[in-house]
Design a protein around this ligand. Structure first.
Ligand code: FEO
Length: 394
């Protein structure tokens, strides 16, 4: 695509990756993604903000052919989807100065073997004048790496936030459409930012001390109504959990499915919303999104080779790594003759600050006593969720 102007002399460039379907060999991209770079042309100097995934370097290079040559490249974040084209940029622009945090400088040398002499290291609050435009650099660590900074363009009130506030969404829209962007932004928050929710909240409060007319992230469309994504982030990272059970499950011969079906009905009967995910076909992003707001997680699994089904173990491992704010957890499922299924899942969720509720494991096909235990579990969950807002709305 050609450079697109956000405000006079500030352009969205970079690349839309319409066809990419997996990120980090892990994260599904059902709607693709983009690697946004920006160009800020001042009266005296020009700055490029971030680069693109190396697979899209030729697209960025073609856009740069149409714009003033940059004197600076601001590196917000070292991950290769934004910095991977830096070596090619440095070769193309031998006089360019790399502006980044001290941590990023070290990481760029480590990850990309960039020449360490070409840096201008900036600290929190430092400014760089481009003439009639001023860039102020804000330290925003852990959204989502430790070296991450954001840039505030003072005169035009544009916050360039890199991954922070981003969405994996390939779109031809320059500006975010509320109905289109929030699902993708929530998935992105869940997959990338949720492990750092306390730091996310601190950084939201930090950047919103500035008057912001546009938030320009490095993935997805630009926000010309920043409240949309700022309010969403405040809710996802610090708002109330919802009256929702997240129920990832796997079944082999339907005993666990019968239990999951019964528990689902018992919860719904008691006014508790259920978000179910068959782990054989699950989209990990949908499961992660559910973990953002679900107050309880119930893992459904049969016992195989003395422990949980590997798909259930994987889901528990991922949930543990994403560190949702979930308050309660338990296990339901079946076994043939023994095993340590519950202990394994509880151990796999060890980083979560949850209260473990009594598990329900049936020996073989569930019987009346097992269904009664599931009813009791549903009752307990409904009581613990009594004061929570509903799934939609707070
Ligand atoms: Fe979009 Fe953390 O890179």
């Amino acid at each position: 695509m050609k450079p697109r102007q956000i405000v006079p002399n500030v352009y969205l460039i970079g690349a839309v990756d319409w066809d990419r379907r997996l990120f980090d060999a892990l994260i599904p991209l059902p709607r693709g993604t983009s690697y946004n770079a920006y160009l800020v042309q001042g009266g005296e100097k020009t700055a490029l903000i971030d680069t693109v995934d190396p697979s899209k370097w030729t697209e960025l290079a073609a856009q740069l052919d149409e714009l003033p040559a940059p004197d600076y490249v601001v590196v917000h974040h070292v991950e290769q989807d934004h910095s991977g084209s830096l070596p090619m940029l440095l070769e193309r622009c031998p006089g360019i100065t790399v502006v980044c945090s001290e941590k990023a400088r070290t990481m760029l040398v480590d990850h990309l073997h960039v020449d360490g002499a070409r840096f201008q290291v900036v600290a929190d609050g430092d400014s760089l004048s481009l003439g009639d435009k001023t860039l102020t650099f804000l330290s925003t660590p852990w959204v989502h790496w430790p070296e991450t900074i954001s840039t505030y363009l003072v005169e035009d009130k544009v916050l360039f936030s890199c991954d922070f506030f981003g969405s994996h969404l390939a779109t031809s829209d320059l500006f975010a459409d509320e109905g289109d962007v929030l699902d993708g932004a929530k998935r992105y928050y869940a997959e990338i930012m949720m492990p750092f929710a306390p730091q996310v909240m601190k950084n939201v409060e930090k950047v919103t001390q500035y008057q912001i007319a546009f938030i320009a992230p490095s993935h997805g469309p630009v926000y010309d109504d920043p409240r949309l994504i700022v309010d969403a982030y405040r809710d996802w990272a610090g708002g109330p959990l919802r009256n929702v059970v997240c129920l990832p499950y796997v079944t082999m011969h339907d005993s666990t499915r019968l239990m999951v079906d019964h528990l689902t009905a018992a919860l719904v009967e008691r006014g508790v919303a259920v978000e179910r995910f068959d782990l054989v076909t699950v989209d990990l992003g949908e499961l992660a999104s559910s973990l953002v707001h679900a107050a309880t997680v119930v893992v459904g699994t049969p016992t195989i080779l003395g422990g949980p089904h590997p798909l259930a173990s994987h889901a528990a491992f991922v949930a543990n790594a994403l560190r949702p704010r979930t308050k309660h957890a338990t296990v339901v499922g079946s076994y043939g003759w023994g095993g340590k299924t519950v202990d394994s899942i509880v151990g796999a969720l060890g980083k979560l600050k949850v209260e473990f509720l009594p598990p329900v494991l049936a020996k073989g096909m569930p019987r009346d006593a097992d269904y009664a235990a599931l009813d009791a579990l549903a009752e307990t969950i409904a009581e613990k969720h009594a004061d929570l807002p509903p799934r939609h709305g707070a």
